[in-house]
Every structure is written in structure tokens, then in C-alpha cells.
Design a protein around this ligand. Structure first.
Ligand SMILES: *[C@@H]1O[C@H](CO)[C@@H](O)[C@H](O)[C@H]1NC(C)=O
Ligand SMILES: *[C@@H]1O[C@H](CO)[C@@H](O)[C@H](O)[C@H]1NC(C)=O
Ligand SMILES: *[C@@H]1O[C@H](CO)[C@@H](O)[C@H](O)[C@H]1NC(C)=O
Ligand SMILES: *[C@@H]1O[C@H](CO)[C@@H](O)[C@H](O)[C@H]1NC(C)=O
Ligand SMILES: *[C@@H]1O[C@H](CO)[C@@H](O)[C@H](O)[C@H]1NC(C)=O
Ligand SMILES: *[C@@H]1O[C@H](CO)[C@@H](O)[C@H](O)[C@H]1NC(C)=O
Ligand SMILES: *[C@@H]1O[C@H](CO)[C@@H](O)[C@H](O)[C@H]1NC(C)=O
Length: 544
């Protein structure tokens, strides 16, 4: 009897061990490098995100795209956006454009492996025809918005035209249906509670892919770009700039969300076989369009630029399946790597996919600290703006200038080291919902480890007093700049004239890659067709 029950029990355990891991992929929108406290700032404590980072692997050379639509294209396809014409500016709400339908995307691959696939929050890969929306592209369900952003409480987006006209409409859907009853709910709380509910009701016989693409911390509409509950804003009275103070509250709500999601996975018994990823889609717009008062300090540049501040993003992964966690990885990784990496973790044979993808399988690099398969990455080639960047080993080549006359080529954002900020509170991390939830899956980082990891995750550029003067000013010189990113992560010292052979080599890699570029698919906006007024003031798939 004992033998038999062990036989059945052990068999069940073995079957369970065979089940692909649950994948929880959390994307923050426009969150700056310096806006998580594990990167060294004391200004905005993020105890839950920090706990996930310290107990997992901090991906400190993780690159994404400079804006939303290209980042999400790269994530979903595992291919560089310039291979599908999706490089360049993000989709505007009244623009008839979407990620081309021949592109097979992550949830479609995961469904083949038996996953239940659920999306929450932002889509931004097109909706002018229904075929482009999430539930037609591999997601079993979606609760969120189809466009680029909305306001945090009323879920409305206003598409402003340069000539002063604008189109305004509601954008919150459950699959194809407009959802009105959640108006007035704070977006971060709303997406969190629907995610938590989904976890509670999930049938754990099936692996779950949860794509949680928060609105936070993107700016909302003109007139109320930053919104957070007042009681949360009140926690940041020590931040003098009122916009930055509201932004801090938005980040704090995002951190709470991560805690609640991990807590729900623990209660459901799913954590032991989960992979949790937390990334930002691009750097913060500290200045310029959709300014949110985020900070990429000490990195150079802004959202929309190819400087490190625009594309070197927050990235971390936690999982009990990682053999060698509690470390900072400095191996280069690109947003296109997630698709093969997650499919590999889920047990898919990637051999027939390899030559379709630009992404590299990083699963063994992450889970066992092997060297990365990726040696170089094309950060972006934008044939319209005539900008491009590539990273190869320690080198980075940047071509072009960003913003108007280089208006986002500099250094922006708060440092977070001022004495008025609270001291880093390690107890808040070790006592966070994340830390207490993951405690049963191995050792949780000690105070000493936390201090060491935080120190090695902090980028140091030695310009604490003043922002530096740099010898690369492409808006004036129109010359490419070359940096050694390992020794000069803040892109202060242009080596273009001293390392000519390296410059030429990287330049030729870009030229070779440009052979396969698909021209940008951007379209003029369709003011009359897309007008939400025709659809009861909702943004709709107007070309159906
Ligand atoms: C859960 O999923 C399994 C496998 O798909 C199925 O056999 C089972 O009936 C489901 N359980 C419930 C309660 O729906
Ligand atoms: C993966 O697929 C290829 C081609 O279909 C096959 O040759 C190879 O043996 C497979 N690898 C594994 C580990 O199953
Ligand atoms: C996992 O880690 C242990 C101890 O650190 C080591 O002995 C083992 O070889 C590792 N497994 C893999 C697959 O790397
Ligand atoms: C990971 O690998 C690197 C390079 O091989 C090594 O320096 C480092 O000590 C390893 N980290 C851990 C935590 O094993
Ligand atoms: C950008 O620079 C050009 C040439 O110096 C100048 O004519 C133009 O007015 C500048 N634009 C802005 C917005 O500063
Ligand atoms: C730890 O967190 C719990 C629940 O959030 C709280 O009640 C308790 O006071 C905290 N403990 C410390 C020492 O901060
Ligand atoms: C139109 O929009 C209002 C909210 O503005 C909503 O209450 C109403 O149900 C909508 N009508 C239809 C037919 O969907």
C-alpha cells in the first residue's frame, strides 16, 4: 500500500515537475533607471521590486528599444523591430497601423506548449482592425487598453494633433467589449486586482502566462499628466518638486502591485514553478514629450534617445528554477531575447526557430550563470531619423542626435542621494510581501548581501556634484560617437578619433544589418475614420 501510494505520489510529483513553469511578465511603462531603489537611489523606496531583484538575477546590461511600440514589438516577436517595419515612432491612436499579422508572437508560441495566456494593461501594437488586437493574437483574454496610454482614473486618451485638433475617447476593454464599470478606479490598482483574481481562479493543471503591462508610470493626458491617490502622494512630502512627488507615489503603487501579485502566486501554490520577470519598456522621459519626471541618472539621455538612459533598462528575473541567483549579471541582454529565453525555459526545442529570430536564448546564462550567447546587439536602426546604435562587447557606437537640436542628448533627472531622503530601509525589503512570500523557496538575501548587491547594481560615473561636459555633441558635429560602456557607462568620453578601427568595425556591422531593414510602416493619421465620437466616444477598430 505504502509503495503504491508512493508510486502514485511520486509519479504525480514527477508529472508536476515536468509541467512548464508559469511565466509572469511585468512591464513598467517609462520607468527610469534611477527610479527603483536597488539601483542606488534613496528617493523612492521599492521594497518589493528590490526583494525580487536581490533574490533573483539583476540584469544590469539589459537593453530595450527607445519607445513603447518598438519595445513591445521586440518582446512579442523576438525580432528586431526594423525587421518588421516597426522601428521609429510609436503607433498614434488614430493611425491605421499594427504589428504585421504575419509576425507570430509570444503568446501564440506559448499556447502551442499548453499555456493559458492572459494579458492585462497596455497593448500598443495596433487596433485599427480587430485582427490586430490581443485576443486575435494568441491571448485567451485581455483586460486593458489598446492604445498608447490613458488617464489613470477615467481611462480616456486624447490624441493631440500638431494643428491643435484632437480626438478623445475611452479605452478600456475586456477582450472586445468596452468596460465602463471600472471608471474611477486607479489604473495600477485595477490591473493588479484583476491579475490577482486571475491567479486565484487559475486551474493550476495548466501553465499560465501572465502579461502584466502596467500604465504606470507613463504620463496621462495633458492637464493631468501625473495621477496617484493623495494618501500615497502624502508619503513623499520630503520630495520638494510636486511633480516628482506624485511620480514617486505612482512608482510606489507599482511596487505594491508587484507585492500583491507575488503574494497571490504564493497563496495559490504557484510560486515554486514560476518565472517572474520585471522590466521597463524604455527609459524615462525626464524631459520632453510625455514628461513624467522619471530619472535615468546617472545614465545619459531620455526616452526616445539611443543613449543608455533611453535604452539600457531596468531588468530582473526571479525564479526558484534559477540555480545561481542572488547576483548581478553584466552579460548583455536584449528585449528580443525574452522570447527564445522563455520558450527555452518552457522546454521548447528552438532549433528550427533560431534563424527566424534576432533574440538569443539566455536561459542557461540566467539560470546557471553561463556566459551569454549574445556578443553584440543592434540597439536600433531608424532610417527616417537617421539614427542608429550598436553594442558589441564593451563598445557602443551611437549615430545621430535626439530631440530637437539635441534637446534630449544631455543628462536629466533626480540623483536621489540628497540628505533629505530617508535612509535605505533594508527591513522594509526583508519584511516586504515579496520577501515573505518567496521565503519558502530558498534562502532570502541577508542584509549584507543586500548591501553588496545594491552596490554592484549601482552605476557609478563620478559626477555627483554637477552634470558632466561631454566631448560627444552630435547635434553640432554630426559625427558618430564611440564609447567604452564598461569603463564609461555614462557616455562622457567619445573615443571615435582614438579607436578608429573599432569605430569602423561597428559601423560596418550596422551597415550589414541595414541590408535586411524593412522600411517603417508609419501611416498618416485618420482623423475622420478613427474619431471615437462615431463609436460612443470609445477608441474602436474603426476599419472593421
Ligand atoms: C483543470 O484542467 C485540467 C486539464 O486541462 C482538466 O482536466 C480539469 O478538469 C480542470 N479542472 C477544473 C476544475 O476545471
Ligand atoms: C530539436 O529539433 C531538431 C530539428 O527538428 C532535432 O534535430 C534535434 O535533435 C532536437 N533537439 C532536441 C534536444 O530534441
Ligand atoms: C547548480 O548549483 C549547484 C551548486 O551550486 C551545482 O553543483 C550544480 O552543478 C548546478 N547545476 C547546474 C545545472 O548548473
Ligand atoms: C558568475 O560567473 C562569473 C563569470 O564566470 C563569475 O565571476 C561570478 O563569480 C559568478 N557568480 C556567481 C554568483 O557564481
Ligand atoms: C535648431 O537649430 C537650427 C539651426 O541652428 C535653428 O535654425 C532652429 O531654430 C533650432 N530649433 C529649435 C527648436 O531650437
Ligand atoms: C513586517 O510587516 C508586517 C505586515 O506588513 C507588519 O505588521 C510588521 O510590523 C512589519 N515588521 C517590522 C519589523 O517592520
Ligand atoms: C455609451 O457610453 C456610455 C458612457 O459614456 C455608456 O454608459 C453607454 O452604455 C454606452 N452605450 C452603448 C450603447 O454602449
Amino acid at each position: 500500500m505504502f509503495v503504491l501510494s508512493c508510486y502514485i505520489g511520486c509519479l504525480l510529483t514527477a508529472i508536476r515537475a515536468q509541467q512548464p513553469p508559469h511565466i509572469i511578465f511585468i512591464v513598467a511603462d517609462d520607468l527610469g533607471w534611477n527610479d527603483v531603489s536597488f539601483h542606488g537611489s534613496d528617493q523612492i523606496p521599492t521594497p518589493n521590486i528590490d526583494a525580487l531583484a536581490y533574490n533573483g538575477v539583476i540584469l544590469n546590461n539589459y537593453y530595450s528599444q527607445p519607445t513603447c511600440t518598438p519595445s513591445r514589438t521586440a518582446l512579442m516577436t523576438g525580432r528586431y523591430p526594423f525587421h518588421s517595419g516597426m522601428q521609429g515612432r510609436p503607433i498614434l491612436n488614430s493611425e491605421p497601423r499594427g504589428l504585421p499579422l504575419q509576425e507570430k508572437i509570444l503568446p501564440q508560441y506559448l499556447k502551442e506548449l499548453g499555456y493559458v495566456t492572459r494579458a492585462f494593461g497596455k497593448w500598443h501594437l495596433g487596433f485599427y482592425k480587430r485582427e490586430f488586437t490581443p485576443t486575435y493574437r494568441g491571448f485567451d483574454s485581455h483586460l486593458g487598453y489598446w492604445g498608447g496610454y490613458t488617464s489613470y482614473y477615467d481611462h480616456i486618451l486624447e490624441d493631440m494633433y500638431p494643428d491643435g485638433r484632437s480626438l478623445s475617447g475611452h479605452d478600456l476593454r475586456h477582450n472586445m467589449e468596452t468596460v465602463w464599470q471600472l471608471d474611477g478606479e486607479y489604473a495600477t490598482d485595477m490591473f493588479t486586482s484583476v491579475t490577482v483574481n486571475t491567479i486565484r481562479h487559475h486551474n493550476t493543471s495548466n501553465p499560465l502566462f501572465l502579461y502584466v503591462a502596467h500604465l504606470a508610470v507613463h504620463a496621462g493626458n495633458a492637464g493631468k499628466p501625473l495621477e496617484a491617490p493623495q494618501e500615497t502622494v502624502n508619503n513623499f512630502a520630503y520630495i520638494p518638486d510636486p511633480n516628482r512627488r506624485t511620480y514617486a507615489a505612482m512608482v510606489s503603487k507599482l511596487d505594491d502591485s508587484v507585492g500583491q501579485i507575488v503574494g497571490a502566486l504564493m497563496e495559490k501554490g504557484m510560486l515554486g514553478n514560476s518565472i517572474i520577470v520585471f522590466v521597463s519598456d524604455n527609459g524615462a522621459p525626464s524631459v520632453g514629450d510625455y514628461q513624467n519626471w522619471g530619472s535615468n541618472y546617472p545614465l545619459r539621455g531620455n526616452k526616445g534617445s539611443l543613449w543608455e538612459g533611453g535604452v539600457r533598462c531596468i531588468g530582473l528575473v526571479w525564479s526558484p528554477l534559477i540555480n545561481n541567483s542572488h547576483r548581478v549579471s553584466n552579460e548583455p541582454m536584449h528585449v528580443t531575447d525574452w522570447l527564445p529565453t522563455l520558450l527555452s525555459a518552457a522546454g521548447r526545442n528552438l532549433s528550427e526557430l533560431a534563424n527566424k529570430l534576432d533574440g538569443a536564448d539566455q536561459w542557461s546564462s540566467i539560470s546557471t550563470n553561463h556566459t551569454s550567447q549574445r556578443k553584440h546587439l543592434i540597439i536600433e536602426i531608424d532610417e527616417v531619423m537617421k539614427t542608429a546604435a550598436i553594442r558589441d562587447r564593451e563598445w557602443k557606437l551611437v549615430i545621430g542626435s535626439f530631440g530637437t537640436n539635441g534637446s534630449i542628448d544631455g543628462y536629466y533627472g533626480e540623483k536621489g542621494h540628497e540628505a533629505r531622503n530617508p535612509a535605505y530601509n533594508i527591513l522594509a525589503i526583508t519584511n516586504s510581501t515579496v520577501a515573505t512570500s518567496i521565503a519558502r523557496y530558498g534562502h532570502t538575501a541577508t542584509d549584507t548581501e543586500i548591501n553588496e548587491l545594491r552596490n554592484s547594481a549601482t552605476v557609478k560615473c563620478l559626477f555627483d556634484g554637477q552634470y558632466p561636459v561631454t566631448d560627444c555633441n552630435p547635434s553640432q558635429t554630426r559625427q558618430p560617437c564611440l564609447f567604452n560602456i564598461v569603463s564609461d557607462p555614462c557616455e562622457m568620453h567619445n573615443l571615435a578619433s582614438t579607436k578608429e578601427a573599432t569605430l569602423r568595425q561597428l559601423y560596418h556591422m550596422l551597415v550589414d544589418e541595414k541590408e535586411s531593414l524593412v522600411p517603417q510602416l508609419t501611416k498618416p493619421r485618420d482623423f475622420d475614420g478613427a474619431n471615437p465620437a462615431k463609436f460612443n466616444y470609445t477608441w474602436s477598430s474603426w476599419q472593421d
